[in-house]
Design a protein around this ligand. Structure first.
Ligand SMILES: Cc1cc2nc3c(=O)[nH]c(=O)nc-3n(C[C@H](O)[C@H](O)[C@H](O)COP(=O)(O)OP(=O)(O)OC[C@H]3O[C@@H](n4cnc5c(N)ncnc54)[C@H](O)[C@@H]3O)c2cc1C
Length: 323
């Protein structure tokens, strides 16, 4: 069987990998210049930031075996310090003991490892999929089956153009403004690697201390941070200029860690229109038995890396079972 997959995020790559190792021919079309999708890493001025997903919590799912048994890389880091909580920037211990992992070179290494040996066509935006004699065509190449792995709003557009009516209408994703900050000051010693505002009342819901999370994320004596802003704040301020957002967030960081954190040496603002789903569609309803167009998106299972990995392998298995 020859399968065309749209999207080289974790869902698309895990589906591709499973099919490839089961002897099927797979081509992955990715519109970006690199693999990973929402698992993405930026390196600049000696800082290394994960701009989307900040860590991987396998929670006993299939990705655990891949990370701990199949993937042989010294780059994998078990995050030692826990997540604490903050309420209006007042910090207290959290209760989360879930083991979490990252990669010294950035979480994008996970996607790069999954992509090894696969036929991936980068910079290829799939606008339209055509049907021809019971098969499908992408860019004049024929396929027996298609897997769509982009976030549901983007996948729905392709389904709609194909005349496929699937019940995905209730899936909503939240936006997220993600600020990458690099300082040439060392961080005061902390007991945590990240802070979470569980009540989601503060604009800064998540602050990840990248240089505490993993080694090599900042130059000697420096600090790398990623601040993710709440869904409400991100929605309202989505078009706000970068300078304003950086000033606002550095104000929060300064209150937490003191005057050496007044102005970052290096920064970047990433706007995620679709960060994580807040409502899901049902896998079985969206992927009816016998269909040769299947959806493998985190919008069917939950907005985490382990879910994306799971939905990819599940979709590949469904296709193979019906072959
Ligand atoms: C800010 C943020 C923080 C997060 N934090 C965490 C976290 O800490 N832990 C965690 O586990 N998860 C986290 N997540 C969620 C996690 O990143 C996602 O659930 C997961 O990566 C989704 O993978 P995916 O393959 O389903 O989708 P994506 O990663 O979105 O991959 C889809 C791919 O399809 C491509 N594409 C889209 N349309 C087309 C087209 N027409 N043609 C070709 N290619 C196309 C896109 O470019 C993309 O590469 C976070 C996400 C964000 C954005």
């Amino acid at each position: 069987m020859k399968v065309g997959i749209v999207g080289a995020g974790i869902s698309g790559l895990s589906a591709a990998r499973q099919l490839h190792y089961n002897g099927h021919k797979v081509v992955v079309f990715e519109r970006a210049a690199s693999v990973g999708g929402r698992v993405s890493t930026i390196k600049k001025d000696g800082f290394v930031w994960d701009t989307g997903a900040t860590s991987i919590a396998p929670r006993g799912k299939r990705i655990e075996r891949f990370l701990l048994e199949e993937l042989h890389t010294e780059d994998l880091v078990k995050i030692e310090k826990p997540i604490y909580v903050h309420s209006g920037l007042r910090v207290s211990p959290g209760s989360n003991g879930t083991p979490r992992y990252t990669f010294a070179g950035g979480n994008v290494v996970l996607a790069q490892k999954l992509a090894e040996g696969l036929d991936i066509r980068l910079n290829q935006n799939v606008d339209e999929i055509e049907r021809a004699n019971g098969r499908f065509q992408i860019e004049d190449e024929g396929f027996d089956a298609i897997i769509l792995s982009a976030p549901i709003p983007q996948t729905s557009l392709l389904l709609w153009r194909l005349g496929e009516n699937r019940p995905t209408g209730n899936v909503r994703y939240r936006p997220c403004l993600s600020l990458l900050l690099g300082y040439d000051a060392p961080l005061p010693r902390t007991q945590y690697h990240a802070l979470l505002d569980t009540e989601q009342l503060h604009p800064m819901t998540w602050l990840c201390l990248e240089s505490v999370k993993a080694p090599g994320r900042a130059p000697e004596g420096g600090t790398a941070l990623v601040a993710q802003l709440s869904a409400t704040y991100s929605h309202v301020q989505y078009e706000q200029d970068d300078q304003f957002l950086v000033q606002t967030v550095t104000g929060f960081v300064e209150r937490l860690y003191g005057p050496s954190f007044q102005s970052p040496k290096s920064w970047n603002v990433i706007r995620w229109k679709y960060s994580q789903p807040e409502s899901l569609a049902t896998f079985e309803n969206v992927n009816p038995k016998g269909s040769r167009i299947l959806v493998a998106s985190d919008g069917l299972v939950g907005g985490h890396i382990e879910d994306a990995f799971e939905v990819g392998t599940r979709t590949a298995s469904l296709l193979v079972e019906e072959d």
